[in-house]
Design a binder for this molecule. Sequence first.
Ligand code: NAP
Length: 286
Amino acid sequence: MELLGVIGNPIAHSLSPVMHNAALAATGRQGVYLPFLVEHAELAQAVYGARALGFTGLNVTIPFKEHVLPYLTELTPEARRIQSVNTIAFIDDRIVGHTTDGIGFTAAAKSELDFDFSRKAVLVIGAGGAARAITAELLARQCRVYITNRTYQRAEAFRELAGSARLQLTAVPMHPEALQPIMGQVDVVINTTSVGMAKPSAQNPGRESRADVPIPAELLLPQHLVIDIIYNPKQTLFLRLAQEKGCRTQNGVGMLVWQAVKAWEFWWGIAPPVEPMYQAIEASLS
Ligand code: NAP
């Protein structure tokens, strides 16, 4: 029996257990995947304890993706690049940290939309952990990345991700006047902020407002592919307004599924069937 799990705090909301257990059942692999609520002060014990108990691997979620680094014996190049880990493999005495968030994001676009990010021009909205993983992956695919964030300094700090290819990344203030001139140049607009996660329309019917979208939807153009990495709700107000503008859209379910697929590839070198994983997510969200 293989043991797997996800560590985080909070953890009750995590959809990883239903998704991974659906994949385990579909493949007939003898294993179980469990959620673990971990206190910050006990993070090291959680990682070393999982190794001592013979776990195959762990996923790591908020708020531990950076904090877990000191307890790993090595990092993959992808994890080292962004100093963030969402997947751990226990291999003999080694504790190897990897990140699948960025590669999962581009794999979802490829799988669901047959969209290839190579050399595209992209506006990333937000400069948190998910934005960091996605931006690093986009830069590796030689995209031209514009990044905008409520806290401008955090967007500017992303320049370090571009390394010597600094011209490939431009921080843009989060004001319509600053964003307007670049909208005609970008192929893809990605919301990586948490804006839209709340369900104001359910709580306050008819009271959707500017505060529910990360940037004004008037800035969007029909040629944009608009991706919102939020998966709950499945259709954010930003995605609905983008569709009304004629844009192609994608929600965050694909990224959620494909970062898990990439974790399987890291643990076992095989891809699980995605259909049962999508179904498990759909059932949990509905
Ligand atoms: P994070 O590190 O906390 O970053 C949050 C980002 O949202 C920051 O850029 C923050 O701006 C911005 N933000 C928050 N509230 C805002 C507001 N009221 N107005 C404008 N900007 C605001 O979080 P994260 O881990 O990157 O996650 C971000 C979102 O992505 C969450 O909704 C999460 O559920 C989703 N996500 C989805 C997947 C998936 O698999 N689909 C994976 C990871 C994350 P400041 O810098 O100014 O604070």
